[in-house]
Design a protein around this ligand. Structure first.
Ligand code: NDP
Ligand code: A1CAB
Length: 279
């Protein structure tokens, strides 16, 4: 693990950019030259005031904030919504140094789009992180553009390893990875929400229902991590032959969870392709 990172600019520190930023700060790693974050509104900017080593800019107060942030940064993370990426790139292009590494977190926006605006020599890496990065339990996919060097990729890998696990993939697989780990936290929260409704329907007060369900998810995943066992084996240990769990699991399997998850991932992939086409 690196003991320092070079200067970072987060252009758009919302749900995702802000999660990475907070994870980096929580790691305690030294960032040479510090971190600059930009957002449009003062409300967003104020959320990062007081974070150690972070300069937070509201573009409503400082319209040149993106240019200023880029000028001092070795790594620039582009954290705005996919449709806003081309305009942001046009804004910062004149201020990028030749060796600045531009890291995209945007779903569906291709390396070619970055090259079209910044030029073929721009050192661009596509990432697909997820929000548990804020508690340093993230998963990030990385795909490097052709102008990025091996050292650039190593540096960006180190950045994302401070907030979780990293998987390198070819760009052709990054949207697929997004359907699993990028969107995945939302699938998990949906399961928790639905499971909690089932507990309330069993007659438990909401607070008890939440405690039972949330601690069950946290406990089950902690056991998965700690034991190193396969999920199927851990499930087997809960499922007594001819017991109660067996009946419940049969109902879940009859609901074709396998097909449902495959269909959900396919729908996310189709949307990533729409985003790539500018829709
Ligand atoms: N949310 C997630 O779990 C994931 C998101 N992503 C990707 O992250 C990107 C951002 O998504 P998300 O974080 O959810 O969206 P958010 O809307 O939460 O964050 C976007 C941020 O960008 C800021 N912003 C808008 N325009 C500018 C600008 N011109 N310059 C600087 N900042 C600007 C907004 O500030 P303000 O609100 O003040 O206007 C906002 O805080 C997307 O491209 C998405 O595909 C990738 C993986 C996971
Ligand atoms: O929903 C989205 O488009 C982004 C990408 C992955 C997670 N959130």
């Amino acid at each position: 693990m690196a003991d320092s990172l070079p200067s970072l600019a987060f252009l758009g520190a919302g749900s995702m950019g802000g999660s990475i930023l907070r994870g980096v700060v929580a790691s305690g790693i030294h960032v040479d030259g510090g971190i600059t974050a930009t957002n449009r509104t003062t409300e967003k900017a104020e959320a990062f005031q007081g974070l150690a080593g972070v300069t937070s800019i509201a573009l409503s107060d400082r319209p040149e904030g993106n240019a200023e942030a880029v000028a001092g940064a070795r790594i620039v993370l582009v954290g705005v919504k996919p449709a806003m990426v081309p305009d942001l790139l046009r804004e910062i292009a004149p201020h990028l140094a030749a060796d600045t590494i531009v890291v995209s977190v945007a779903a569906g926006v291709t390396l070619q789009t970055f090259a079209d605006v910044l030029g073929a020599d721009a050192r661009v890496i596509r990432s697909m992180p997820n929000t548990p990065s804020t508690v340093r339990k993230g998963v990030t996919g990385l795909a490097a553009g052709t102008a990025a060097t091996a050292d650039d990729l190593t540096l960006v890998r180190r950045l994302f390893q401070t907030v979780g696990a990293v998987v390198e993939v070819p760009e052709s697989q990054i949207d697929a990875l997004s359907t699993i780990s990028g969107s995945g936290p939302a699938y998990v929260y949906l399961l928790i929400e639905e499971f909690t409704k089932a507990a309330v329907d069993m007659g438990f007060p909401e607070s008890d229902a939440r405690l039972m369900v949330e601690q069950t998810f946290i406990g089950a995943t902690a056991l998965l991590e700690d034991s190193g066992e396969e999920p199927a084996e851990l499930r087997r240990r809960v499922t007594s032959p001819k017991g109660t769990t067996e009946r419940a699991v049969a109902v879940l399997q009859d609901a074709h969870l396998d097909r449902t998850f495959a269909d959900a991932a396919a729908a996310a992939l189709a949307r990533a392709r729409e985003l790539a086409a500018g829709a």
